[in-house]
Design a protein around this ligand. Sequence first.
Ligand SMILES: [Zn+2]
Ligand SMILES: [Zn+2]
Length: 137
Amino acid sequence: MSLKKPDGMDECVYFTQRSLGDNQQGFAMVWVFRQNCPKCGKALMGKPRDKGGKVLVRAREYACPSCGHRAEKAAYEESLTANIEYNCPSCGFSGEKQMPFKRRKVEGVDTLRFKCDKCAEGIDVTKKMKNPKAKDF
Ligand SMILES: [Zn+2]
Ligand SMILES: [Zn+2]
C-alpha cells in the first residue's frame, strides 16, 4: 500500500506531522483529503467563507461552495478517511494506515488513536496546544 500524499494544504481538511514518544523516537503524519459535496458532487466541501471570501477557519460546519449544502463539523469529519504514515515509538515499525477520521477526547484534547500494525501498541495523535508553530489547522 502506498498512500496518496497531498500536493498542498488546500487539498486537506486536516494535516499534521509530529514526533511521538518520550524521546521523540517515533513519527506520524496524518492527512485527510477534502471530498466533493455529498449532495451535488460538484465542488469540494470546505469551511464556509464570509462575504469578503475569507475562510472561516473556526466555523463549526462545512459548506459546499456550489449548492450551499452544509454539514456539522464533527459529523462531517467522521465521515472522512484519515491517512496515516507512522514510525511506531514503541517498536520502530514503519507503517501506513487508513481509518475513519474519528477523534475522541483524551484528557480533554481531540485525539486520533490507532494501533501499530506490528506491536499493537496504541499511538495517539493529539491536537497540539502548546506549540504555536504546530502545523495543525
Ligand atoms: Zn453541493
Ligand atoms: Zn509498534
